[in-house]
Design a protein around this ligand. Structure first.
Ligand code: COA
Length: 190
């Protein structure tokens, strides 16, 4: 018997092939394929994210700390996407927040409802854990993601401005960041 997570994917465009999308918990064997898929989706140029970087440690770290909220999607039994998130509990607040940190779909399987199923699964699992609000973020020019999240019911986007301070000029001409050689030991000057 097919479960709610094994329903045929929608096919709104005639050119789309129909297939079966299955959502399941991420497993250790998924680490490398998920990492490599993410590498193609979250390139530094397309998705610069100053506070999180897509690298091996991100994937392994989330798998280790938040296994229960990391999922993969299979489309006709092939890896088609992933949703990696966490549950945030704040001190002095009864609310729990679900942060969907990384959501990605293999380009070959895009627009087939894979992300929608991943998202719904993430929402249902976190809701069962007592989460009362979901949070996502994306670059302002990532129209696909913005449309997707709007369709999933997200609203009230809030602008967040990143500022940067380049420290390179301060470090120029110094060895290992030090201007006048190694620091002197206090109290032992001749
Ligand atoms: C955003 C992303 C996850 C969507 O995955 P997907 O599996 O193609 O999305 P779905 O098929 O479930 O689309 C559901 C709806 O989202 C919207 N949507 C998705 N991709 C879209 C696109 N490229 N352009 C416009 N709307 C889009 C549509 O409303 C779509 O419904 P429709 O197909 O009936 O019109 C995918 O494009 C992706 O992996 N992008 C790169 C990584 C990324 O930006 N991740 C999000 C931030 S972490």
């Amino acid at each position: 018997m097919g479960s709610e997570n094994e329903i045929p994917a929608k096919s709104a465009e005639p050119k789309r092939k129909s297939g079966v999308v299955r959502i399941r918990p991420m497993e250790v064997d998924d680490l490398a394929p998920v990492f490599h898929l993410g590498e193609t989706l979250f390139t530094a140029a397309d998705a610069p994210n100053l506070y999180r970087t897509w690298d091996e440690f991100e994937v392994v770290g989330l798998f280790q700390s938040d296994w229960a909220t990391c999922f993969v999607a299979e489309y006709n039994e092939k890896l088609a996407g992933f949703a990696l998130g966490t549950i945030i509990t704040k001190t002095h607040s009864a609310w729990k927040y679900g942060h969907l940190i990384w959501l990605g779909v293999e380009p070959e399987y895009m627009r087939k409802g894979v992300a929608e199923k991943l998202f719904r699964h993430f929402r249902d699992v976190t809701s069962e854990e007592g989460v009362r609000m979901l949070i996502v973020d994306t670059e302002a020019d990532n129209l696909a993601a913005l449309r997707f999240f709007r369709k999933m019911g997200f609203s009230s986007p809030q602008e967040h401005i990143y500022l940067s301070l380049n420290l390179a000029s301060r470090q120029r001409g110094t060895a290992n960041g030090r201007k006048n050689g190694p620091p002197k030991r206090p109290g032992k000057q001749r």
